[in-house]
Each structure stands twice: as C-alpha cells, then as structure tokens.
Ligand binder design. Structure first.
Ligand SMILES: NC(=O)c1ccc[n+]([C@@H]2O[C@H](COP(=O)([O-])OP(=O)(O)OC[C@H]3O[C@@H](n4cnc5c(N)ncnc54)[C@H](OP(=O)(O)O)[C@@H]3O)[C@@H](O)[C@H]2O)c1
Length: 341
C-alpha cells in the first residue's frame, strides 16, 4: 500500500509517498481502506517538530512515527474473527489519535477504538472533515466550559477546524455565539450560526469588558491575561495551545479563584472509549442537521505536500482533506468556505 512518510523534521517537502505492507489485523481488529484523511495542525507540528517540546512526543532527534495523520474515513476491507460491530463493506470513520498512521491506504483499528459508521447522506470526505474539530471542540465546550443556554461564548479562530466546530456546537448548546476571524471568513462563520462576528484585523475582542461567559481561543492567539477582563466575573477562558503560563494558571485558578478561570485540555489523549461515544453523538448531530463539515479544500494523496503547505499558512478555513483512494472532486457549494482561495 502507499503511505506518506517523513524521516526528518522540516518543511512540507520532507513528506514523500512510499510503499509499505498492508497492516496485519488481530482478532478484534478492523482493516479499513482509507478513502479520505486530513492534514491538520498537529500533523504540521509533528512534521516540523515545532514547538520544540512537541519532540518529546514525536521523537527527540528524529520522528519516531514515519506516517502522520490520525483521522480516517473509508470502507471496511476485512475484520478479525471476534469482531461483531463491523463487517466488510461498512463505511466507517474515526481517529487513531493519539497515535498516527492514517496518511496511508489502509489502517488497522480495534473495533473498540474510536470508529463508528458514516451516517447515511454523508460521504467519507465530509465525515473525516468533522472528526478533529468536533472531538476537540466538544470536550472544551461541554466538559471544560459547561456551556449552558443563555451564555455568551466567544470563539477565537472561528473559521478554523476547531473553531468552525465550536461555533456550531456552542449554538447547539443554546449560547449566543461571537466568532472572531478575518473579514474574508465573516460570511462563513455567520453561516455556521455565529450571532456576531469580530474581524480581528480591525477590532480586538480583548477590549470588551465583562462580556463573555466563555472565551474559547481555538487558535491560542490571546493569553488568559489578555482575555481576562473581557470575561464576565465568573467567566472561563480556554485555549487549545499549551504555554507555561496556561499550565500554571489552569490549576491555580481552578483551586483558588472564585472568579474568572483559565483552562486547557489535551483532547487527543482522551480514551478511545470516550472518543467513540462522542463520535456517536457527532453522527446524531449530523443526522439532525445541527453540524456540518467545513472543508477548506480536497487534495489528492499524491499532492499531500500541498496539503501540508496549506496547513502551515495558519489560515485554512475548516479542514484540509486528503483524498487517498477517493477520486479528486470539487467541494460541493454548501460545504465550501465562502472565500475559497
Ligand atoms: N489542545 C488540544 O487538545 C488540541 C486539539 C486539536 C487542535 N489543537 C490546536 O488547536 C489549534 C487550532 O487548530 P485548527 O486546526 O483549528 O487551526 P486552523 O484551522 O489552522 O486555524 C486557522 C484559522 O485561524 C484563524 N486565525 C488565524 N490567525 C488568527 C488570529 N490572530 N485571530 C483569530 N483567528 C485567527 C484563521 O482565520 P483567518 O484566515 O480569517 O485569519 C483560520 O481560519 C492548533 O494549534 C492545534 O494544534 C489543540
């Protein structure tokens, strides 16, 4: 089978297509022929080895795991003898995170892993585009911030993979949603349900006072210190991006503050069982029309280097999907971001 491999840290060009053996499956495993995967921000971090502390996870001197990619959608090729939930031919999607290996034509997943059936009326490209954003935004908003109806939630980076899922989820939870992005993505973010959009190139949301019950900085561009006064007196600031400050502020404000709190989660490290349960919820929400994928672009597997380049810009809108065996096709208009470049 074909895989995308990298053997040293660096720019997008360190990735190349190589041949490898199809994975062996065990008794409780499912072999999935991957139709679509994504290149996400964590793949960019793994490929470049930045920030440097990421190498504690990806490998100190050189990458430990030559194949990146966690999220997959495809068709079950065959199953182990004890598998009961899936049969060959099922359309499935999910994630291997925190391990990688999905930038390949086949992945081997435990049937007890983070894998579920693709909902009817959704194809594999659409399904895979939802995984990272949803499995990140849901724990942040539901568990970290405990978003309730009537609250005001600000999502910074509202047009990104995590932000676009967060806007839709916060709306689903009954919040008033304020999205922050550049002006070119305003109509996209409004179409996802944002009640108000702040263009960060003109206005700074941290100038607000006592306004937001939750500030979810999905792109980690503002610190707790900067966002603090924009929070209501008992408001919560959450960020996806680790820093020394937030690693200290999170426990400190949790234990000692009766007022504003700060927090960070590492959602990729959650158990496969928890992720599988959340993927089942994702399917329900998609079927109910409460959640739709946002696809920046679809890149053929042979051009995966271009997908890395796009992710490195820090300005993708939604997910960069890699069509592995799925034929390259145009993004349907209802999924396309408004300002596609
Ligand atoms: N902690 C965790 O468990 C966890 C899990 C998943 C991801 N992450 C991290 O979360 C971060 C976000 O990932 P992602 O894939 O959602 O990112 P992304 O899709 O690359 O985010 C890009 C978006 O951010 C917007 N943006 C860029 N600069 C901005 C600024 N200064 N202010 C507001 N918006 C800005 C861009 O909008 P414009 O183009 O309009 O500028 C673009 O649409 C990454 O660092 C990733 O590693 C953490």
């Amino acid at each position: 089978m074909r895989t995308a491999v990298y053997e040293q840290y660096g720019g997008p060009d360190v990735v190349r297509i190589a041949e490898a053996g199809v994975p062996e499956i065990g008794d409780t495993d499912v072999l999935v022929r991957v139709d679509a995967t994504v290149v996400g921000a964590s793949d960019g971090a793994g490929r470049s080895g930045t920030p440097r502390f990421a190498r504690l996870f990806f490998g100190i001197a050189r990458p430990k795991h030559p194949v990146l990619g966690s999220d997959f959608a495809g068709v079950v090729e065959r199953v182990g003898g004890s598998v009961t939930r899936f049969v060959a031919g099922d359309r499935v999607f999910g994630t291997l995170a925190p391990i990688s290996g999905a930038h390949a034509e086949y992945v081997n997943v435990s049937e007890h892993g983070a894998i579920v059936h693709v909902p009817e009326h959704v194809d594999q490209v659409e399904a895979v585009a939802l995984v990272d954003g949803f499995l990140t935004a849901l724990p942040f908003l539901r568990d970290g911030a405990q978003v309730r109806p009537g609250q005001t939630v600000l999502v910074n980076g509202a047009s990104g993979t995590v932000g676009s899922a967060a806007v839709q989820l916060a709306k689903h939870f009954g919040a008033t949603v304020v999205g922050v992005c550049s002006g070119s993505n305003e109509s996209l973010v409004r179409s996802l349900g944002a009640d108000r959009v702040i263009d960060y190139t003109c206005d700074d949301f941290t100038d607000a006072r006592d306004e937001f019950d939750v500030v979810f900085d999905a792109v980690g561009k503002h610190s707790f210190g900067q966002a603090r006064r924009a929070l209501t007196p008992t408001g919560v600031y959450l960020t996806t991006v680790p820093s020394l400050a937030i690693l200290l502020q999170a426990p400190f404000t949790r234990w000692f503050s009766r007022g504003r709190r700060a927090g960070i989660l590492f959602t990729g490290l959650r158990s496969a069982k928890a992720k599988a349960a959340d993927l089942a919820l994702l399917v329900e929400l998609v079927e109910a029309g409460a959640l739709k994928p946002v696809i920046d672009r679809i890149v053929p597997f042979d051009d995966i280097v271009e997908a890395h380049r796009r992710v490195d810009t820090g300005h993708k809108a939604g997910s960069v999907v890699v069509a592995v065996t799925a034929a390259r096709r145009p993004v349907p208009p209802q999924l396309r971001r408004e300002a596609a470049s």
